[in-house]
Design a protein around this ligand. Structure first.
Ligand SMILES: Cc1cc2nc3c(=O)[nH]c(=O)nc-3n(C[C@H](O)[C@H](O)[C@H](O)COP(=O)(O)OP(=O)(O)OC[C@H]3O[C@@H](n4cnc5c(N)ncnc54)[C@H](O)[C@@H]3O)c2cc1C
Length: 473
C-alpha cells in the first residue's frame, strides 16, 4: 500500500480537506475506469477534477481517488449546431482556448454560455457534478447547457445519459457530486459568440434588483455586483460595483483585436496587491478595485474570453511570506446563499449586522442572479434567486474554525428564514436541520444513491458526513 505525500490530496482554495487515499490514479479513459472498478472490487472510489469543492466532495479517506486532470481532450465539435463534447477532466480555461482555435479553424463563432467566475482551472466534470453557474443573466444553472454525457456506472457498464435516454440519472448526476457514476464525456451547448460592452456603475443594495431588472430589459446579458468588504464602514455589503455587459454589433475579429490589445486588465501583480489589501486594508481594497472597474467602463469583450478570470494559486503562502498581519496565515472559505430577490436588501442588512458582531473577516463578496432550475434532483436554484457569495478568511486552528462554522451557519439561517437556500459545493458546516430545510429531497437522494450504487462504489467524505448527520437525527 502506498502511504505518504503521493496519496494525500487537498482542496485548492480552503486547503482544509487534506485526505489520505489508498491510491490516487490518473484516469486515462472510460475503459480504464471500467477496468479499475473490476480490479479493485472491494474498494470505494471518489472522483476529483480541479479540487475546488471545499467540503470533501471529491475525496474519500482510504478510498481510491480517480483523478481526471489528464483526461482532458476535446472529443467532438459540431460547428453547425454548436455542440462541444469534451472529456470530463477538461478545465474551463483550456476549453475556452481550444474553442477559440476551433472557431478559427472552422470559421465559426461559438462561445460558452457560462462558467464559474472565480477560477478557470475548474473541470467540466466537477462543474456538472455541482451544477455550477456563472454571471450570465436570465439563465438557469449549468444543467440547462448540458446536452448529454456518457457515464461509467458502479457495475462497470457504460451508458449515454440524456433527457431522452435515462432522464432520472441525468437529473441525479447533474448536481449529484460524483455519487452516481463516473462521468466520462460531456456534450455542452454553445451559444453564438457576441462582442459585449461593459457598463460599470457604483450601486446600492437597496435598488439593486430593480437596477438589474432595468438593465436586463435594456438588453444586458451578463452582470454582477461586487460589494464593499469593509465591516468598519457604513457601506459594508451595501455599496458595490455593478458591472453589466450588453451585446453590440461590432465585427467579431475587430472585437477580438480590441480586447486582446487595448483593454485595461489587472495583472497578476495587481491581483496580488488587491488580495493583500483585502486582508489588511479593506477600504483601500474596495476603492482600488472599484476605481479599476470604473476605468473599464465602455470596454469591449468577447463573450467567451471575458468570462476567464485571474486566480493566483497558493496566494495565501505568498501572503504569509510577505505580510505581517495576523490574518496572513490560514486561507479563505467560500459560502453561497440564495435569496428570493425581493428579500436581497434585507438579507444583506441582516448579514451585515451578524458578520460585524461576529468580527467575521470578509475578503470578497458578490451578488449574481439565477433563474429557477426545474430539472436537477438536488436543485439549489429552487426559485429565481439572488445569489450572494462571501469569501471569508479562516484561520486553521480549532477555535477559529469553530467561529467560522458559526458564521457560515448564521448566514445559512438568515437565508433560510427568508425562504432561501445555500450551495452544497463549498464548506460542510451546515447543520442537519439546515440541510433538510434547504434540501428536503436529500433523504430521497440517498435512497436513489442506494438504488443505483448499492455497494457504495462511489463515495466521498462529504457524503459520509451528511449521511452520518442524518442517521444521528
Ligand atoms: C475560487 C473559486 C471560485 C468558484 N467560483 C464558482 C462560481 O462562480 N460558480 C459556481 O457555481 N461554483 C464556483 N466554484 C465552485 C466550483 O465550481 C465547484 O466546487 C466545482 O464542483 C469544482 O469543480 P472541480 O473541477 O474543481 O472538481 P472537484 O472539486 O475536484 O470535484 C467536485 C465534485 O465533482 C465531482 N466530479 C468531478 N469530476 C467528476 C467526474 N468526471 N464524474 C463524476 N463526478 C465528478 C467530484 O466527485 C466532486 O463531488 C468556485 C470555487 C472556487 C474555489
Amino acid at each position: 500500500m502506498q502511504e505518504g505525500a503521493r496519496t494525500i490530496a487537498n482542496d485548492v482554495h480552503s486547503k482544509l480537506n487534506s485526505t489520505n487515499h489508498r491510491e490516487i490514479i490518473q484516469v486515462k479513459s472510460g475503459q480504464h475506469v471500467q477496468a479499475l472498478l473490476s480490479q479493485y472490487k472491494d474498494y470505494s472510489f471518489s472522483i476529483a477534477g480541479g479540487r475546488h469543492s471545499m467540503g470533501g466532495q471529491q475525496f474519500l479517506t482510504n478510498g481510491i481517488l480517480l483523478d481526471t486532470s489528464q483526461f482532458n481532450r476535446i472529443v467532438d465539435f459540431d460547428q453547425d449546431s454548436g455542440l462541444l463534447t469534451v472529456q470530463s477532466g477538461m478545465l474551463w480555461g483550456d476549453l475556452v482556448d481550444a474553442l477559440g482555435k476551433l472557431n478559427q479553424q472552422y470559421k465559426c463563432h461559438w462561445s460558452i454560455i457560462q462558467k464559474p467566475t472565480g477560477a478557470d482551472d475548474i473541470s467540466i466534470g466537477g462543474s456538472l457534478a455541482a451544477n455550477i453557474h456563472g454571471r450570465v443573466l436570465g439563465r438557469k444553472p449549468f444543467i440547462a447547457d448540458i446536452e448529454r454525457f456518457t457515464a461509467i456506472m458502479a457495475d462497470g457498464t457504460r451508458s449515454i445519459i440524456s433527457r431522452e435516454s435515462n432522464a432520472e440519472l441525468f437529473t441525479l448526476t447533474v448536481g449529484g457530486y460524483g455519487l452516481f457514476c463516473f462521468v466520462e464525456e460531456i456534450t455542452i451547448r454553445l451559444t453564438k459568440s457576441t462582442p459585449l460592452v461593459r457598463k460599470v456603475e457604483l450601486s446600492v443594495s437597496e435598488n439593486l434588483i430593480e437596477r438589474f431588472s432595468q438593465l436586463q430589459k435594456e438588453g444586458a446579458t451578463y452582470g454582477d455586483f461586487q460589494f464593499c468588504i469593509d465591516s468598519g464602514a457604513d457601506t459594508f455589503l451595501t455599496i458595490g460595483i455593478l458591472s453589466v455587459y450588453f451585446p453590440i454589433t461590432v465585427n467579431q475579429d475587430q472585437a477580438h483585436t480590441i480586447c486582446n490589445t487595448s483593454n485595461l486588465k489587472l495583472s497578476e501583480e495587481s491581483w496580488r496587491e488587491l488580495l493583500r489589501l483585502a486582508h489588511i486594508d479593506k477600504q483601500k481594497a474596495f476603492t482600488t478595485y472599484s476605481d479599476h472597474y470604473k476605468r473599464t467602463n465602455g470596454q469591449i469583450y468577447a463573450s467567451d474570453t471575458f468570462q476567464l478570470s485571474q486566480y493566483v494559486p497558493d496566494y495565501h503562502d505568498w501572503l504569509e511570506d510577505t505580510c505581517q498581519s495576523s490574518n496572513a496565515k490560514g486561507s479563505e472559505m467560500i459560502t453561497e446563499l440564495y435569496i428570493p430577490k425581493h428579500k436581497l436588501h434585507e438579507f444583506l442588512e441582516t448579514s451585515k449586522a451578524a458578520l460585524k458582531s461576529q468580527s467575521a473577516d470578509v475578503i470578497y463578496g458578490t451578488v449574481r442572479l439565477i433563474e429557477k432550475d426545474e430539472e436537477s434532483f438536488l436543485a439549489w436554484a429552487r426559485e429565481e434567486y439572488a445569489c450572494v457569495i462571501f469569501n471569508l478568511h479562516v484561520d486553521h486552528n480549532q477555535v477559529s474554525l469553530l467561529r467560522s462554522k458559526h458564521s457560515f451557519r448564521t448566514l445559512i439561517d438568515i437565508a433560510l428564514s427568508m425562504g432561501g437556500s445555500y450551495y452544497l459545493t463549498y464548506h460542510h458546516y451546515a447543520s442537519r436541520k439546515q440541510l433538510i430545510q434547504a434540501y428536503p429531497q436529500f433523504k430521497s437522494f440517498v435512497d436513489k444513491k442506494i438504488h443505483y450504487d448499492p455497494q457504495g462504489r462511489f463515495r466521498s467524505n462529504w457524503f459520509k458526513r451528511l449521511c452520518l448527520s442524518l442517521e444521528a437525527a
